[in-house]
Design a protein around this ligand. Structure first.
Ligand code: AMP
Ligand code: MG
Length: 349
């Protein structure tokens, strides 16, 4: 299949392009599109065949449910049933934005879209072109991240082209993703509300609206024996090709240990890489040293993380050592993704 790549320009042509993209979705095809979190791989959420095509294009197991993207709040009633009052309050506080709610699904949503579950995950992205595209597509776009399964989510259209070229009908090329991490997922289907995946919207932010919110305990702990409640969190996502290890502890000790591990890897003839912060950047020596931003600038760290993981792949780096970050607030989402990328390989000092 030849993939059409179209730049989203902020001019009169934009709506024509988004209309064409919407037509592709209505006809059962797939279109990758930018959002504020990461690029999405969209298909018609109400068409079971589109869901199957998405799984095939990503090489993703079909028991991993898709998030349905909407453009207008009224559409929530068409997708979900028994919607608790709190869902509307969350929508008012955080939509459009990087929050996904899991609710009881309505008859209209096919099981192919929900990976066989009776629940549906719904989000309204905070991105004008994405919203217009969803409208043009009929209002219900199922979309996981637009990467091949097992690779970091794409935060730039360059990576979407790398992973999806020849597999889907169209790629809408916009700017780099503003946030750079996937949405926070909160499950509202039981009496206790649970964060199934941490993201930009933090637990504190949710608790201001919902009162008490739990976090799925499996998210930060690789040794947990229970299965995560978001099926997708089971898979080894976000993995660079090189072996990534996180080092946790006091800053100076972490820097010394990373330097030592890099020396060992070099002696073994490996190509080495380091993930660090502005504060420590100049202390290190390795084949590739990537700075995520200031240690306390979580927005910058989130924004650069996936690009950096992909760059290590491009450079053929074999051994990667990373500093760790605070697990508070958005740091929880950053550390969750890093831990998963590392396959929970951690040196605790
Ligand atoms: P992605 O679209 O790549 O961001 O992945 C979507 C994530 O949402 C996966 O981790 C899914 O397991 C999760 N998800 C989607 N629908 C549901 C649902 N109904 N219940 C629980 N988790 C869900
Ligand atoms: Mg994904």
């Amino acid at each position: 299949m030849k993939t059409k790549i179209v730049e989203i320009k902020h001019d009169g042509e934009q709506n024509l392009v988004l209309k064409e993209a919407g037509e592709i979705i209505k006809a059962g095809g797939l279109v990758a599109f930018p959002t504020e979190t990461v690029y999405g791989l969209g298909g018609d959420a109400l068409n079971p065949e589109s869901a199957c095509k998405i799984y095939a294009a990503k090489g993703r197991p079909s028991d991993n449910p898709l998030i349905v993207h909407i453009s207008d709040l009224g559409q929530l009633n068409e997708l979900a049933e028994d919607i608790p009052e709190e869902a509307w309050r969350l929508a008012e506080a955080f939509w459009p934005g990087p929050l996904t709610m899991v609710l009881q699904k309505s008859e209209r949503v096919p099981k192919e879209t929900t990976g066989g579950l009776d629940t549906v995950a719904v989000r309204m992205p905070d991105h004008p072109a994405a919203l217009e595209f969803i409208r043009q597509a009929g209002g219900f776009v199922a979309a996981p991240s637009a990467n091949l399964s097992g690779r970091p989510s794409p935060t730039s259209f360059k990576y979407v082209i790398e992973d999806m070229s020849g597999r889907i009908e169209m790629i809408l090329a916009g700017e780099d993703s503003r946030i750079g991490l996937e949405s926070t997922i909160v499950d509202l289907t039981s009496d206790t509300y649970v964060i199934l995946r941490p993201g930009y919207i933090t637990r504190d932010m949710l608790e201001k609206v919902l009162g008490r919110v739990e976090t799925d305990p499996t998210l930060m702990d690789g040794s947990c024996t229970t299965a995560p409640r978001a099926p997708g969190m089971r898979y080894r996502h976000y993995a660079p090709k090189g072996e990534l290890t996180l080092v946790k502890g006091e800053e100076g000790a972490v820097a010394r240990r990373i330097a030592e591990e890099i020396r060992k890897a070099k002696a073994a003839g490996k190509k080495t890489g380091i993930i660090c912060t502005k504060e420590s950047f100049s202390h290190y020596q390795a084949d590739s040293i990537k700075c995520l931003g200031g240690r306390r600038d979580e927005e910058a760290i989130a924004h650069h993380l996936y690009r950096i993981l992909r760059e290590f792949d491009e450079e053929g780096v074999e051994i990667i050592l990373s500093e760790s970050f605070s697990e508070y607030g958005m740091g929880q989402a950053i550390m969750n993704r890093l831990l998963k990328a590392a396959g929970y390989r951690v040196i605790q000092l």
